[in-house]
Design a binder for this molecule. Structure first.
Ligand code: GLU
Length: 277
């Protein structure tokens, strides 16, 4: 009899545990649960931005602040992390298609982009600048008037530059509407040539196909040689956030982690390790 009683209580305890487990699983965010079940977090990162997302071409190993953040998110999820190299032009599409779960790729948070994707609290702020060949004689923003500037398609760079030129009073403000601005048709003061990736812009600068190369300073760093210089000004603060699919349950998960790591100084210490300030 005693044995039967014990068996019944064991069975009951087991059933309670199962019910609690099921309730907990139902409660868990479905998007987060899907990543856990897959066992891999797919992250879109840059592969040539030193200190943020950089891939060693010999070892294939990725390093940088964005790599550390992505790795730590995967660790929290208890899954492996897989990196896919993205560009300014491809990162949004890869997120939309579900090829990647999130983007940590110097992705600037803008109101326009918030309409398409969710962004976490910013984990880093950079500024836009312009790189030129020393022999060009260009040293400051106003010298860019009348010049052709290389930018990446899908980036904030062209609009930021025009906005800075307008703010400086170097070009006529009346033609500039930030909501409808299109680098491919803009000819007021400066013109733009758009490229798919940054190495191609660097080659175009050497070949004098463009007079200047404009993007965030973090991205320009690797293309800065002895024969090239930044112009004097930096402008247009760029807040980098983790982008996730719009409305995904994974967005809040990422934001909570990043906010925690900002508040406890973890992100600052990772940034410092890469010489970022
Ligand atoms: N951070 C800028 C942007 O999001 C520059 C482009 C890039 O990240 O490649 O548009």
């Amino acid at each position: 009899m005693n044995f039967v009683k014990r068996l019944v209580s064991l069975l009951l305890a087991f059933m309670v545990c199962m019910a609690l487990g099921a309730a907990f699983a139902e409660d868990e965010n479905a998007d987060v649960a899907a990543i856990k079940q897959r066992g891999v977090l797919n992250v879109g990162v840059k592969n040539a931005v030193v200190g943020f997302g950089y891939q060693d071409t010999l070892t294939g190993e990725y390093t940088g602040l964005e790599i550390d953040i992505a790795t730590a998110i995967a660790e929290k999820l208890g899954v492996d992390v897989e990196f896919t190299a993205v560009t300014a032009a491809t990162r949004g599409e890869l997120l939309d298609s579900g090829d990647i779960d999130c983007v940590l790729a110097t992705f600037t948070i803008t109101d326009q982009r918030r309409e398409s994707w969710d962004f976490s609290t910013p984990y880093y702020t950079d500024h836009v600048s312009v790189l030129v060949e020393n022999e060009s004689g260009i040293t400051k923003l106003s010298d860019l008037v009348g010049k052709k500037v290389g930018v990446s398609s899908g980036s904030t760079s062209a609009k930021s530059l025009v906005s800075a030129l307008v703010d400086g009073g170097y070009i006529d403000a009346s033609a500039f509407n930030p909501d409808t601005f299109d680098p491919s048709t803009w000819t007021e003061g400066v013109s733009f040539r758009q490229y798919d990736d940054y190495p191609t812009i660097s080659i175009a600068l050497t070949a004098k196909e463009v007079d200047a190369f404009c993007v965030d300073k973090s991205i320009l760093a690797i293309y800065h040689t002895d024969s090239r210089s930044y112009i004097e000004e930096e402008f247009a603060p760029q807040d980098y956030g983790i982008a996730t699919k719009k409305g995904s349950g994974f967005s809040a998960y990422c934001d909570e982690l990043v906010t925690g790591w900002i508040n406890d100084g973890t992100i600052a210490s990772w940034a410092e390790a890469y010489g970022l300030n």
